[in-house]
Ligand binder design. Structure first.
Ligand code: AR6
Ligand code: MG
Length: 322
């Protein structure tokens, strides 16, 4: 069990409502980061003021495949009261067929086609890229796993890997998903009073792949860097999990007290801006809770009611597992 003692104190002592607010903050934060970043995907670095202004101009903050797949992960964990690979793959396929226009990466639709032809859910991903995909598609959707298993690091890693396996079989894609899920779990347990340095220590002890360990080490220098562009220079801002997951974590750690600052900085990195901001938003929302997310943004978030409802059902299901 990870931080089992702290987790129990949080659930019993500081109130179930705090925990519920963290679950809601995490999924709403994920969707908002995705929606705020979507217009900037593939861009160069962008000033935060432009990110705020672009959000203000839009009537609806529409999300993309990152949120669509995270919704699928949550739906499956709730329906099965835990992980079931065949069920989760089926939900991904059902949701994709309803809304294929969400901006999916190239790999997942090919995976879905092959599963429908009968290839087993846990074998298919190896057929698409040599060694499997190391894209960030498993990490971008994994936050509900971090919420559901926040008290149990061993199971959290197992389920992060298994949920990744459906589309992202490469060990670096899986490790990115596990690290992002772990960051969410740490945010649930230690936010908002913990320290970025302590979180970095814990993440450093968690990861097993060198590229992630080296980037977590590098983050110590980046926490106080004046120019956010340094984050992209040293950690990367690309679609690969080993670039975008560390970049997302770093933006959160540089601004643990402010959802807006963390998320707009993540969007401003450019590159895979929606996915980086989505992962930052999930961690920041879990750290600070729903109350810290600006209402001007949540009011315009597409399908906000359903996303919040899922967060609450995930919370109820997770507590029911005690
Ligand atoms: N070898 C070479 N390139 C690779 C490999 C590999 N083994 N694995 C991944 N790539 P994919 P995703 C590169 O297709 O991760 C949406 O826009 C390759 O360039 O598995 O689900 C979201 O917003 C490949 O095209 O998709 C996210 O930004 C790319 O990684 C993103 O897509 C993506 O891998 C999620 O994409
Ligand atoms: Mg993206």
């Amino acid at each position: 069990m990870m931080g089992g003692k702290e987790g129990l104190i949080l659930a019993a002592g500081s109130g179930r409502d705090v925990l519920k607010g963290k679950f809601r903050g995490c999924l709403v934060g994920l969707a908002l980061g995705d929606a705020l970043g979507a217009p900037f995907e593939g861009a160069g670095s962008v000033d935060k003021r432009e990110v705020f202004a672009a959000a203000e101009r839009r009537q609806v903050l529409r999300y993309t495949d990152d949120t669509h797949m995270a919704v699928g992960v949550a739906e499956s964990l709730i329906a099965c009261r835990g992980f079931d690979g065949s069920h989760m793959a089926g939900i991904f396929i059902r949701n994709f067929e309803r809304e294929p226009w969400r901006g999916y990466g190239p790999g997942p639709p090919l995976v879905f086609q092959r599963i429908k032809l009968g290839v087993p859910w846990d074998r298919v991903a190896e057929e698409i890229y040599p060694g499997g995909s190391f894209g960030n598609g498993a990490a971008m959707r994994v936050a509900p796993v971090g919420l559901f298993y926040y008290r149990d690091t061993v199971r959290l890693r197992e389920v992060a890997f298994l949920s990744a396996q459906i589309t992202h079989a490469h060990f670096l894609g899986k490790e990115g998903a596990a690290l992002q899920a772990f960051a969410v779990a740490l945010a649930v347990i230690y936010g908002p009073s913990g320290s970025p340095e302590d979180l970095l220590e814990r993440m450093g002890a968690f990861v097993t792949e060198r590229v992630y360990r080296d980037k977590l080490e590098k983050m110590k220098d980046l926490l106080g860097a004046a120019d956010p562009a340094e984050v992209a220079v040293h950690l990367g801002n690309g679609i690969e999990a080993f670039n975008s997951v560390p970049a997302a974590i770093c933006c959160f750690l540089r601004h643990p007290g402010s959802f807006e600052e963390a998320v707009t900085e993540a969007v401003g990195l450019g590159g895979d801006a929606d996915t980086i901001a989505s992962m930052t938003g999930a961690i920041s929302g879990a750290w600070l809770g729903i109350e810290a997310i600006p209402v001007e943004w949540t009011a315009k978030l597409e399908n906000r009611d359903y996303i919040e409802e899922l967060a609450v059902r995930l919370w109820e299901t997770a507590l029911g597992q005690e």
